[in-house]
Design a protein around this ligand. Structure first.
Ligand code: SF4
Length: 344
């Protein structure tokens, strides 16, 4: 464990400022996430140097489709989470309230990433903002070795954390784990409101951190798969982040406490896609449906298929090294495109 950076002291207590819960902790108390504790009037990150999961993934799995397509990332997590989603697929680590994982200092994580041939490191599987200081120290070191850093996050970061994260964070995938509907958030996620997520998205844009957005479409009627919410979210992204922001509608799979809810029908996801396109978003995807045509990237100007995917694998990438459509010259808004022979 290590003393945290993101906290402040008040009379006899400490206030954690890593996420929007802003837990106020008396002596010996641990925050909602289970990994930040007041010990002797100081806040400690209990999972500093403890990696609960490590794996090399395609960056498409995050999902990040417009950031170094075909890149490989060392994915890592700790235990704990700031949300309590009833259908979490990683609940064995995220909802665990004990400190688990291999002892790995930042230098060791970077060494593993380099030896694995990864292009970057992704902090994922559980919510990374709760272990910001660990990610920060890894990320700063990783950058010196030419590795980028990405978060897969619920967007519940505090205002105070964004400048700290921007010291190392290159890209982020913000996953609403739902559709931004507060009633859904209260019932299935354990948050009162999604408004901190929307604020985070605006702050990330101001900080220049590359961002893609995911809406997990949970088929609980009228709450998780509401088409009006899909329209509201799409128009908000268009107006606040810009029409070139990629939006992913992903398929729900039953898990954890919601094993009785079926997978999202394909037609529901396709309807969400159509609505986002109607609202003017130019790069919209459906996810978790192997081989679906809407996993691919199409030129928003001429409509030609640019990147063909199968799940997280890239089968073909026709985008030019300048990030443009080879047919009409349209800017495809790809960050660090590589004209690689795919798959690697
Ligand atoms: S990260 Fe969030 S949930 Fe965890 S202690 Fe800090 S404010 Fe509370």
């Amino acid at each position: 464990m290590k003393e945290a950076v993101l906290y402040s002291r008040t009379t006899g207590k400490v206030r954690c400022t890593a996420c929007s819960r802003y837990c106020l902790l008396g002596e010996g108390q641990t925050g909602f996430c289970g990994v930040r504790k007041n010990v002797g009037g100081k806040l400690y990150l209990l999972v500093y140097g403890r990696a609960a999961a490590l794996a090399v993934d395609p960056i498409e799995k995050k999902p990040l489709y417009h950031y170094l397509p075909g890149g490989r990332v060392l994915s890592m997590s700790t235990s704990g989470c700031s949300w309590s989603c009833s259908y979490c697929q990683n609940y064995d680590i995220s909802q665990r309230r004990e400190i688990v994982g291999e002892h790995l200092e930042p230098e060791q994580v970077v060494k593993i990433a380099l030896e694995s041939g990864s292009d970057g490191i992704s902090y994922t599987y559980n919510e990374p903002s709760i272990f910001s200081e660990y990610a920060h120290d890894i990320g700063i070191l990783a950058k010196k070795h030419g590795l980028f850093s990405t978060f897969v996050s619920n967007g519940y970061e505090s205002e105070e954390s964004i400048p700290y994260l921007s010291e190392f964070l290159d890209a982020i995938s913000i996953d609403f784990k739902g559709n931004g509907n507060d009633a859904f958030g209260r019932k299935y996620i354990g948050i009162m409101s999604y408004s901190p997520v929307f604020e985070t998205l605006k702050r990330l844009k101001s900080a220049g951190i590359y961002t893609e957005v995911t809406d997990l479409v949970v088929p609980v009627k009228g709450l998780g798969d509401n088409l009006d919410d899909a329209r509201t979210l799409s128009s908000w992204i268009r107006d606040n982040l810009g029409p070139n922001t990629p939006l992913h509608f992903t398929r729900f799979h039953p898990d954890y406490k919601m094993r009785d809810v079926p997978v999202t029908p394909v037609e529901t996801l396709e309807r969400h896609y159509e609505i986002a396109k109607e609202e003017g978003l130019r790069f919209v995807y459906v996810g978790n449906i192997l081989g679906h045509r809407l996993e691919n990237t199409y030129c928003p100007n001429c409509g030609k298929e640019m990147i063909e995917r199968y799940g997280f694998q890239i089968i073909r990438n026709d985008i030019t090294s300048e990030g443009r459509c080879p047919f009409c010259g349209e800017d495809m808004h790809i960050i660090r495109n590589r004209t690689l022979n795919f798959p690697r």
